[in-house]
Design a protein around this ligand. Sequence first.
Ligand code: GRF
Length: 203
Amino acid sequence: MLHLAVFASGRGSNLRAIDQAILDGQLDARIVAVISNRAASGALDFAREHGIPALSLSEIAAEAEDSWLQEQLAKCGCDFISLAGYMKLLPAGVVSAYRHRITNIHPALLPSFGGKGMFGRHVHEAVIASGAKVSGATVHLVDEEYDRGPIVMQRCVPIADDDTAERLATRVLEIEHRIYPESLQLFADGRVTVRDNKTSIRS
Ligand code: GRF
């Protein structure tokens, strides 16, 4: 079983999808904490409503963040971290302490359309402007850079000629809600190994 800390800055729909997959028996995990850099995030509200420890980073000084986070993660028994719409880089000490046990979800097919500034509608606008015929969602391991670690799972959605960023975002989000819990279950089953900066999934 994964003891998950979910980091989220925004509305938290991926957090809800993960929680639902756990309730439905599709994901062998327990959410041990929800952590946000925004005190007003929907993800923290969801955590409080569901009796999950909800931690806000907004009062923590930047220089204390790394050690504070490591302390809180240890305290709640976290053994795996999932970023779900977290708009900040994780401190280097946390990345290193949880190496290959941190995932992120991105609303496009990495390594395209990722990196700093590529979030929310910016991603879908850039995808449509590129003339690409497919987009999708990517779950990947997290390293020290935005959207860069080894890819764990991707799924595509077609792009229609008259697509808008909003419509594409809605369809990609549906895929995200499916592949994030599915990817986490691969880790819960111990099926993911990392070598040469690539993952392989044991069948
Ligand atoms: C998702 O599109 C995710 O891919 C990206 O941020 C968004 C978070 O949405 N990293 P939500 O807060 O989970 O609804």
